[in-house]
Design a protein around this ligand. Structure first.
Ligand SMILES: Cc1cc2nc3c(=O)[nH]c(=O)nc-3n(C[C@H](O)[C@H](O)[C@H](O)COP(=O)(O)OP(=O)(O)OC[C@H]3O[C@@H](n4cnc5c(N)ncnc54)[C@H](O)[C@@H]3O)c2cc1C
Length: 324
């Protein structure tokens, strides 16, 4: 049984989560005696044979290249629906992220398929794929099987690791797709850049996350200065994002991003379960909170009880001094 993956790209590079999905699909397809293929969509001149074929290094045996707008969901739904109809792929796998969710949901609706979202692991069982999905705010995990075809699997962000396990190059096949009228009604006007740092928070080794304890939007300057000194990026809770103190793109948690940096420094964050599920896999969690009973201390490696307005500037100075 073969698996189709969507590979998102931007400025000549494939997205890390997409590469993870390709690697995961290649591993699973092997267990099902099938192949992993990827769909690449775009209308620029960066979709060269070489670029597309490079997905072979991650285990894709074939790459379907379609000329259509990149970065919007509906054109990709059109392309994937056609590739699945023409070639009989049994599963479609997405690496997570907002676009993956939107395309996966659209493809599910288009094909009348079954979908599992927020998947943290996938296994091959009795010749079929079974998705593992955390439920009840991550307190339990359920196995989800598919009764119809195709099965759509949408991973949680960072769920699948990218591995250069494949051999050689993938075969590149051009597909001609007639886009649905509604698929061309939205156009990309501008791609926004994340504020706070030019680092993608999902890739950053160090995250300095701010919560309501920062007091106001200006309070984030403390986090930005510390993040800069540490060579990291800034993240946020939903409470402050909803309050307009920091951009939505920086939100960590159940309805935001899932991250697992080497260091997650939480400043003025209470540690609500919805925040915890997005950062609990971090290697080291350090929390600064003035309330010694704040729940965040229950899952921190190091807890500092005190006023962040006094602690963070001193910490920033100390980091800068150490770096010389
Ligand atoms: C369906 C649903 C989904 C949600 N999804 C998310 C999500 O994805 N991500 C998310 O983060 N939240 C999410 N939430 C919201 C979540 O429940 C919490 O409300 C939110 O995480 C709290 O944010 P906070 O820690 O910034 O604020 P608070 O809970 O208000 O905590 C502020 C903390 O700052 C401390 N503090 C105050 N002043 C100082 C100071 N000077 N120095 C040091 N410490 C100080 C306080 O002691 C307190 O612990 C969701 C909620 C629901 C219902």
């Amino acid at each position: 049984m073969s698996i189709l993956v969507y590979a998102l790209h931007y400025r000549g590079e494939f997205n890390k989560n997409s590469l993870g999905a390709v690697s995961e699909a290649a591993k699973l397809a092997k267990e099902l005696d099938g192949d992993a293929a990827a769909v690449v969509v775009g209308d620029g001149d960066d979709l060269t044979d070489e670029f597309c074929a490079s997905l072979g290094r991650y285990g894709a045996t074939r790459v379907y290249r379609a000329r259509a707008p990149e970065g919007l969901a509906q054109p990709v739904v059109d392309v994937m629906a056609k590739v699945i109809a023409d070639n009989g792929y049994k599963y479609a796998l997405f690496g997570g992220g907002l676009l993956g969710f939107e395309i996966g949901a659209g493809l599910t609706a288009r094909l009348g398929a079954g979908v599992t979202m927020e998947v943290t692991a996938v296994k091959a069982q009795d010749g079929k794929l079974v998705a593992e999905r955390p439920i009840l705010q991550d307190s339990a995990v359920v196995d989800v099987g598919y009764v119809g075809e195709p099965g759509i699997v949408i991973g949680r962000l960072n769920a699948f690791d990218a591995n250069e396990s494949g051999e050689g190059e993938a075969e590149v096949v051009d597909v001609d797709v007639q886009l649905e009228p509604h698929s061309t009604r939205a156009t990309m006007v501008q791609r926004g850049e994340q504020r706070g740092a030019d680092v993608n928070i999902e890739d950053a080794d160090v995250l300095v996350a701010g919560g309501r304890g920062l007091g106001n939007a200006e309070g984030f300057e403390l986090c930005e200065q510390l993040a800069e000194a540490l060579g990291g990026a800034v993240a946020a809770t939903r409470a402050v994002v909803d309050a307009g103190w920091y951009p939505y793109a920086a939100q960590i948690g159940q309805t935001g991003k899932t991250v697992a940096p080497k260091l997650y420094l939480a400043a003025g964050i209470s540690g609500a379960i919805q925040h915890k599920v997005g950062m609990q896999s971090s290697e080291n969690i350090v929390a600064i909170n003035k309330d010694p009973n704040a729940p965040i201390f229950e899952f921190s490696d190091l807890g500092v009880v005190g006023d962040l307005n006094k602690i963070i500037p001193k910490l920033t100075d100390a980091v800068k001094a150490k770096k010389g």
